[in-house]
Design a protein around this ligand. Structure first.
Ligand SMILES: NC(=O)c1ccc[n+]([C@@H]2O[C@H](COP(=O)([O-])OP(=O)(O)OC[C@H]3O[C@@H](n4cnc5c(N)ncnc54)[C@H](OP(=O)(O)O)[C@@H]3O)[C@@H](O)[C@H]2O)c1
Length: 242
């Protein structure tokens, strides 16, 4: 496909793994993230263009995405926050920030990219990120599950509205070893306990998400749209053997 792929959140764990995978496959890239130093280093390593934006201010995404030029063959919104708190401690500000960065940012990113995605013609693909905690309820996840539930609604709505030219899907990971989840994954005992709660008996790796996102951006997934695809070692839907 001729147009660039924009990765918003290009300096995150999953964003970097995906950028490296796509660059190795020869896909032209435009990276968007908030920290110029890490962003420019990665962009120069991969031969990508880049622009800074803060997804907490969704309006800042438009110029950063438009800087990619047109057409665009894909848009990935791999930005996320995580607030794990018991309900009495969830502040309105926590919930507003989670919703703003995860859901409103995704909406603003697709809006900004839309003319350039349409310019690609059939085959353009949008990939958003939800979480296993929408499909299956977990304690302490009220704020982030509410925000990512919005992303799942957005995925299906946009898939309907933008078909047949643009496909829209979301990936719903379980716990994956990235900076976002470091508070849980860097404690070996906690990581092992959570890994055992997955029927496939391990945590996710950034490469698991990068592989699925690359598939959703490719023509091989050309008949898939409006889906929220679980990437969770079975945790969302099946029991472990004990
Ligand atoms: N890791 C998991 O266990 C897990 C589970 C379920 C869903 N997910 C989802 O997977 C996606 C990718 O996350 P990840 O695991 O790769 O986490 P990550 O390594 O922390 O990356 C998250 C990205 O979001 C960016 N970000 C956070 N707040 C931002 C803001 N206000 N403005 C701009 N960028 C902001 C971070 O920017 P900086 O690089 O500048 O920090 C980073 O690039 C997210 O949507 C996340 O919710 C992850």
């Amino acid at each position: 496909m001729r147009g660039k792929v924009v990765i918003v959140g290009g300096t995150g764990g999953i964003g970097v793994a995906l950028a490296r995978r796509l660059a190795a496959a020869g896909r032209p890239l435009h990276l968007v993230a908030r920290e110029a130093g890490r962003l420019s280093a990665l962009a120069s390593e991969l031969g990508a263009s880049f622009a800074t934006a803060d997804a907490a201010d969704p309006a800042s995404l438009r110029p950063a995405i438009e800087a990619a030029g047109s057409p665009l063959s894909g848009l990935v919104y791999a930005v996320g926050t995580i607030t794990l708190k018991p309900l009495p401690r969830v502040a309105v500000e926590d919930a507003e920030r989670d919703f703003r960065v995860n859901a409103l940012g995704a909406l603003a990113a697709v809006q900004a990219a839309l003319p350039a995605l349409r310019a690609q013609g059939p085959g353009a693909s949008v990939v958003l990120f939800s979480t296993v905690a929408v499909q299956r309820g977990f304690p302490l996840h009220a704020s982030i599950a509410m925000a990512k539930g919005g992303v799942e609604g957005l995925t299906r709505s946009l898939a309907a509205e933008l078909a047949p030219e643009i496909r829209v899907n979301a990936i719903a990971p379980s716990l994956t070893r990235t900076p976002l989840a470091a508070g849980l994954t860097e404690n070996p005992r906690m990581a092992e306990t959570i890994a055992r709660q997955h029927p496939l008996r391990r945590l996710g790796e950034p490469e698991d998400a990068a592989a699925l996102a690359a598939f959703l951006l490719s023509a091989d997934s050309g008949w898939i749209t409006g889906q929220v695809i679980a990437l969770d070692g079975g945790r969302g839907t099946i029991e472990t053997k004990g």
